[in-house]
Write a protein that binds this ligand. Structure first.
Ligand SMILES: *Cc1c(COP(=O)(O)O)cnc(C)c1O
Length: 227
């Protein structure tokens, strides 16, 4: 299967999952996770209509920023070290993986130098699994209140990465819990914080995530093949 074929099949599956859940398929954006893949694969996907790409590692993203000259939108989806933020300031349109105040403050500082605002998601470790990054559910609200005071950061939603399960249904409670947390945040009505985006679901479980309210699904393997 080619990248274009894979993309077409994933779009069909996104549409079907959305309709099953009574949702408008247009509410869901596909983030093509291009980590470990060469810039040529990004170009191939772009030519097949894919515009949003997610990268985990800044050292891998930086060369792609120059190699890919097409107007793609880059998202950071992996653990981000504060000392790397300066390299991507103004270059990425969404950071999914903000899990601590010191990182949000550095994003605020670097985007502030450009007099711009960076959209971010708060990554929540919904399952509480020790190996996963993300705030605890309890810390999330406090972090959101702090982020709301940063002028060059705008929180637009939440992200989570459940533990790996063979069976996608087992991830459903994590996705449902993230959506419930977003509802709690919305009820708090924190000025400047919106819960428009729920980034959840990967190759193995994006349909379940869509049924639970995902607006951004992060899919790598099912588009580009095994890493
Ligand atoms: C690698 C990765 C993905 C994509 O995973 P696939 O199983 O290849 O679809 C999504 N989100 C994050 C945070 C990742 O690191």
């Amino acid at each position: 299967m080619s990248i274009a074929d894979n993309l077409a099949r994933i779009h069909d599956r996104i549409t079907a999952a959305a309709l099953t859940a009574g949702r408008d398929p247009a509410e869901i954006r596909l983030v093509a996770v291009s980590k470990t893949r060469p810039a040529a694969d990004v170009l191939t996907a772009f030519q097949a209509g894919q515009t949003v790409f997610g990268e985990n590692y800044i050292q891998e993203l930086l060369p792609k920023l120059t190699e890919v000259t097409e107007p793609v939108e880059w998202h950071v989806i992996g653990h981000l070290q504060s000392n790397k933020v300066k390299y991507i300031a103004g270059e990425v349109s969404l950071i999914h993986s903000v899990d601590r105040l010191s990182l949000a403050e550095e994003i605020d500082r670097q985007w502030g130098r450009l007099d711009r605002v960076c959209d971010i998601l708060i990554q929540v470790n919904i399952s509480g699994e020790a190996s996963k990054s993300g705030t605890t559910t309890e810390e999330a609200l406090q972090l959101l209140h702090h982020c709301a005071r940063l002028p060059h950061v705008r929180v637009t939603g939440l992200m989570t990465m459940p533990p790996f399960f063979d069976e996608p249904e087992r991830a459903r409670p994590c996705f449902a819990a993230l959506r419930q947390l977003a509802d709690i945040v919305t009820a708090e009505a924190i000025a400047g914080v919106s819960m428009n985006e729920l980034s959840m679901g990967m190759s193995g479980d994006f349909e379940v995530a869509i049924q639970e309210g995902a607006t951004l699904v992060r899919v790598g393997t099912a588009i580009f093949g095994e890493r």
